[in-house]
Design a protein around this ligand. Structure first.
Ligand SMILES: NC(=O)c1ccc[n+]([C@@H]2O[C@H](COP(=O)([O-])OP(=O)(O)OC[C@H]3O[C@@H](n4cnc5c(N)ncnc54)[C@H](OP(=O)(O)O)[C@@H]3O)[C@@H](O)[C@H]2O)c1
Length: 251
């Protein structure tokens, strides 16, 4: 565990896939907010923007090597990090087929590569490293209105006991999960979300560049909340509280 000069705990984020893009941007933001960062890069022999960040961060960035599609990398990484206490594990690593090709023309190997990288490997990473994360107040943020979980809750609920969970999945969803909209501003999805969780768990988000709602669409969606207080929670207050953001401090 690390602490700053005043003896306060300095939180540490492990960001998987931090060499560039969103992972690198998050690493920079966490540093700005006083966190320490452990960021992973896929190719240990390549210099990345994360290395530049580490050079400026006076020892507050540790760079680790991990290809999430290589399960053999996980146990050694776990061993190297075993003495550390992590406050956040964020699996940002992902890939996409940038070319606009119809699904029928996508090569099977390319499709499998995307599915392994974006679906299977992140779960392997979480399973292998989750015990390094302090979790008394575990907070999980799901995009796309819960990535189907909210609609599958009855089914998942029946697996709570088999999975050996202390509480039911719906209980965890209500108390430990936040749900973001990822730009899908459909009032039917809002009604369903509010039937399984509460308004203090919902966060407005877009999914740039895929979902880019207009000002009019956002205003129209906000009309589906009952009160101004709820609109405020959804639009900014819930995110501010979850991420410790002071919206008055930054434009
Ligand atoms: N940017 C957006 O607005 C946006 C929106 C919606 C969804 N997404 C998705 O979110 C993910 C991250 O976005 P991004 O903008 O940060 O993408 P990015 O700029 O392409 O960066 C991808 C990151 O993932 C790493 N990575 C890829 N495959 C990996 C593997 N097998 N093992 C370890 N690391 C791996 C890359 O490492 P290397 O440098 O070694 O390649 C890089 O650090 C992507 O899946 C993207 O499709 C992004």
């Amino acid at each position: 565990m690390s602490s700053n000069v005043t003896g306060q705990h300095t939180p540490t984020a492990l960001i998987v896939g931090a060499s560039r893009g969103l992972g690198h941007a998050m690493a920079a933001e966490f540093l700005d907010r006083g966190w320490n960062v452990i960021g992973t890069v896929r190719d240990a022999s390549v210099r990345t923007p994360l290395h530049d960040l580490a050079d400026r961060a006076e020892g507050r960035v540790i760079i680790e090597h991990l290809d999430i599609n290589e399960p053999d990398h996980l146990a050694p990484l776990h061993e190297r990090l075993a003495e550390r206490r992590l406050d956040l594990l964020f699996v940002n690593a992902g890939t996409t087929n940038s070319e606009q090709i119809p699904i029928g023309k996508v090569a099977t190997d390319d499709f499998v590569e995307v599915m392994i990288t974006n679906a299977l490997s992140p779960m392997r990473v979480i399973e292998a490293l989750e015990d390094l994360v302090s979790a008394p107040d575990l907070r999980v943020v799901l995009g796309h209105w819960g990535e189907m979980l909210l609609f599958w809750l009855d089914r998942v609920e029946s697996l709570s006991r088999i999975a050996g969970l202390e509480r039911s999945v719906s209980d965890y969803v209500r108390s430990n999960f936040h749900i973001t909209t990822s730009g899908m501003l459909n009032p039917a999805l809002l009604r369903h979300a509010l039937s399984v969780t509460s308004v203090d768990r919902l966060i407005f988000s877009t999914d740039y560049p895929f979902q880019r709602p207009t000002r009019e669409e956002i205003d129209s969606f906000l009309n589906h909340f009952s009160t101004d207080a709820e609109r405020e929670q959804f639009s900014s207050a819930n995110a501010a509280s979850l991420y410790g953001i002071d919206f008055s401090a930054k434009p």
